[in-house]
Structure formats: C-alpha cells, structure tokens
Design a protein around this ligand. Structure first.
Ligand code: NAD
Length: 473
C-alpha cells in the first residue's frame, strides 16, 4: 500500500493469480478500515498545501507521470496481461489510453477559468471561482486496471484535490505500478494514497462515512454503485458513478453488412467482452441478417483464443470462475428459450487452457426479450444477434433497458443517423464507429449506468466546487 508517501507492507496479504494459468503472481497487503482512515487523514492534511499549488506545478507533475508511463509502456502491458489476461497489444493500447488522461488533465489544469457575471445592480460585481472539492475517495474495477485509475486521479490532482484509491482485488499489482509512477513523478506526500484489500466492504464503508471525504468516485457494477451512492448520500458527499451497460448495436439495411459485422467482431470480443461499452444486443435489420451473420461467423472462427502473452492470440481469458459461470448460464438460458447457437457456446479447456478461465467466442441469433442475455450485462464473449424490421421498432427495443451507457448505429443515411442518435437514451453513441472514446471526450452513462462524466473538460468539473463572490463596489 502507499499511505502518506510511504510504502507499507503488511504481514497479512492476499494472493493475486494469473487468470490464464491460475498461477500465483503476487501477494499484496490486505488492508482494513484502519488503513483507509490513515490514508484519509493523510489526504486531508496534504490537501491544505496541495490546493495552494499553482495549476502549472500540478500540471508539471502530471506531465512527468505521463512521460514515465509511456517509457514503461511495455513492462506495464506485460504486467497487465499477466494479472488481467487481455492480449499484450490490447494492454499496450490501454496503457496509452491511461497516459492520455495524465496529459489531457495536465493541460486542463491550466484552463480552470472562472467567470464574471453581470449584475442588475450598478454597484455590484459577481465573480465565480471553481475550487477543489477536497479529499476524493476512488474505487476502481479490474477490467481496465490502469486507465480507470488515471481517469480519476489525473482530473482530481489537476483540480487540486487529494486522493485515496482502492483498486479491485483482482488487479492490485497494476495499481501499485501506477502509484510507483506517481511517487517518482514527485507527487507530494499524502496527495495520493493507495489502500489494497481483499474485502472491499469495510474500505467502502470508511469512504462513505468519514466526513473528511468530500467526494466518492466509483467505477464498477450498478448494484455496488447504487449501494455506495446511497451510503454516501446520507453524508451528502458528491458522487460520480461509472456503472454497467447493456449496449445496443444497431445495423440498418442501408449499411454495409460486412463492414458492420467486422466492427462487431472487433469490438464485441475486445477484452473478452469485459467492457462496460461492449455491445450486448446486436440488432440487425432482417433483410441483411444473413450476409451479416456469414461475415461475423467467419471472423469469429478466425479469432485465436489463448494466453495474452502470445502475440498470435486475439482473445484472452475471463477474469475468474464466476465470470465463466455467468456467461455459460446466459448462453444455456438463451438456447433453452429458442436462440440458435452459430459459434462457440462452451468453455475452452484443450491445448493447455484448462487452468485458465477461457470461453469460446460465441454467436447466438434469434435472441429475444425473454432471455437473460437480453437484459443482464454479459461481460463475456457472446454476440447476441436480434433481427428487427423497422426503425421505430428498433429504437424502442434499444431503449428498453435500465442501462444507458453506450450504443452503436450503422447506417449510410445521414438523416437516419441523426434521428436515431437523438432518439437513443445513451451517453456515448458510435455512428459507424466502434471506438467513440478518447481522453478528450466525455465518457459516462444515463439512467442506471451512472452519474457524471469522466475525461474531457467535464471530467475536471467533477472535482471542483463552485464559489460565488458578490462584491459591492
Ligand atoms: P464490482 O462492482 O464488483 O467491483 C468494482 C470495484 O468495487 C472493485 O474495486 C471492488 O473491490 C469494489 N467493491 C465491490 N463491492 C464493494 C462494496 N460493497 N463496497 C465497496 N467497494 C466494493 O464490479 P467489477 O466486476 O469489478 O467490474 C465490472 C463492472 O464495472 C461492470 O458492470 C462494468 O460495466 C463496470 N464498468 C463500468 C465502467 C464505466 O466507465 N461505466 C468502466 C469499467 C467497468
């Protein structure tokens, strides 16, 4: 752990395993509520000086962290592949994305402009300043174990806040590597703190109940996010919630079905489907579904599954056994209720994969609303295809979810693209585009996919408080 500028090693530790091989790859301090309180105290004390630093001083530290992260891209990617499972190339892309947030917010720190506002009184002037909220508690998931940290830490530091972070228990080694970079970049003592723990519950309780914490930022599942937001609400803490999704991917018959199928085959199996913006319901207009499926099945058949360290492999393992079970349950339920299995549909254990959590890239068609996969986030490598007939019908079906994170539209008709973009209740929409994300663009969901946005200039506002001055002259 890293508290008040010191590295802390406890005797009580928990294991970290490689999801591709089951091998033990490390042991990490198992912190408890006392450590969370110590870290909050350190962050609270450090805030007094950190908030007085200039934006240029804070930006310089973030720039150094950006440089160090890029220098270590290869070793960080290898660590991520070993700990989380995604193929090396995808891991290197994530390190780049993580570094982008450090750079972007180094720049945004200097653009924390205030406002002056005209008054109705001739003797009055209004001025608005945006000030750091204070100590930020952050909780992050395992699926993007480096970028989800910098997406929170960089804007918080840029704004002048101090941070206590608890990473996911499956990927604490990546978090330690990020904190080494922050330490070496010259972040002052107490400004960033890391508490690792096998059991997240007491740490979450400390974050939500301690009055020194002014803001809770969470990325993870909707259920945990709702519980944490409820606990934080009692103490009127600010919250940002980046939660689950159930992305519709809509392919209209004026799109090239082959191009759309290629898009699905790339984005659906990225990170073994363990992405909050992964397409979960793939709606294809009935008259082009055959061409679409032919291409999709061909491309899925060419995907090589195995250890992420082997550059020949396109897809790695799921994170753990529970994830395997959840995926398999959704697939079996869909087949039992009439879906057709066109590819995959089973765990992979041959050719040395038996010790890992591997599941075959799977394609189901004729998926319908009665099935679990139509409503529940899959978080696995299953492409669930659903035929549709009209634009009106597909908009209703796509919006028929309590999630609202990402959606995708494939069409060559500009006015249709615009109308469907406007009609969908989702925070991020790719139009003929499978990767509508960037450090410069606001990321976040509507409905039960969350509150607030990360990245972009909005990402720093999440860590700022508005202060109004009314001056009589
Ligand atoms: P999770 O909710 O189980 O865990 C996320 C984090 O919360 C982990 O650090 C975990 O230790 C912690 N946690 C779990 N229970 C807790 C509790 N009771 N109190 C305090 N902390 C607790 O989610 P996960 O399985 O790690 O991640 C997958 C989920 O995250 C998916 O639903 C996915 O869609 C979502 N996600 C969302 C985004 C986004 O930006 N919207 C990004 C990545 C992942």
């Amino acid at each position: 752990m890293y508290i008040n500028g010191e590295w802390i090693n406890l005797d009580r530790r928990f294991d970290v395993n490689n999801p591709a091989t089951g091998e033990l790859i490390g042991q990490v301090s198992d912190g408890d509520q006392r450590h969370a309180q110590q870290a909050i105290d350190a962050a609270d004390k450090a805030f007094l000086e950190w908030k007085q630093t200039t934006a240029y001083q804070r930006a310089a530290i973030l720039e150094r962290a950006h440089g160090l992260m890029l220098e270590r891209k290869t070793e960080l990617a290898e660590l991520m592949t070993t700990e989380q499972g995604k193929p090396l190339k995808a891991a290197a892309n994530e390190v780049q994305y993580a570094a982008d947030f450090l750079k972007w917010f180094a720049e945004e720190a200097k653009r924390n402009y205030g406002q002056t506002i005209p008054s109705a009184r001739p003797d009055q002037r209004f001025m608005v300043r945006y000030e750091p909220v204070g100590v930020v508690a952050a909780i992050t998931p395992w699926n993007y174990p480096i970028s989800m940290l910098t997406r929170k830490i960089a804007p918080a530091l840029a704004a002048g806040c101090t941070v206590v972070l608890k990473p996911a228990e499956m990927t604490p080694l990546c978090a330690l590597a990020v904190f080494e970079i922050l330490h070496e970049s010259g972040v002052p003592r107490g400004v960033v703190n890391l508490v690792t723990a096998a059991n997240p519950v007491p740490i979450g309780e400390a974050f939500c109940s301690n009055s020194k914490v002014k803001k809770l930022t969470f990325t993870g599942s909707t259920m945990v996010g709702k519980n944490l937001a409820s606990a934080a609400a009692f103490n009127l803490k600010r919250v940002s919630m980046e939660l689950g999704g159930h992305a519709p991917f809509i392919v209209f018959d004026d799109a090239d079905p082959m191009h759309a199928a290629k898009g699905v085959s790339l984005v659906k199996f990225l990170n073994t489907g363990q992405a909050c913006i992964s397409p979960n319901r793939i709606f294809v207009q009935r008259n082009i579904i055959k061409d679409f499926l032919d291409t999709l099945i061909k491309r899925v058949g060419a995907l090589k599954v195995g250890h992420g360290m082997d550059p020949a492999n396109h897809m790695g393992p799921l994170i753990n056994h529970a994830a395997l079970d959840k995926v398999d349950k959704q697939v079996v339920d869909a087949i039992n209720q009439g879906a057709q299995l066109l590819a995959g549909g089973a765990r992979l254990t041959e050719d040395g994969l038996d010790k890992g959590h591997f599941y075959a890239p799977t394609v189901l068609t004729d998926v319908s609303e009665r099935m679990l996969i139509y409503r529940e986030e899959t978080f696995g490598p299953v492409a669930a295809v659903i035929p549709f007939d009209t634009q009106k019908q597909v908009i209703e079906m796509a919006n028929d979810t309590h999630y609202g994170l990402a959606a995708y539209i494939y069409t060559q008709n500009l006015s249709r693209a615009m109308r469907v973009f406007e009609a969908l209740n989702f925070g991020i929409i790719g139009i003929n585009d499978i990767n509508p994300t960037s450090a410069a663009a606001p990321f976040g969901g509507m409905n039960q996919s969350g509150l607030g946005r990360e990245g972009a200039s909005e990402g720093m506002m999440e860590y700022l408080e508005t202060k109004l001055g009314g001056l009589s002259v």
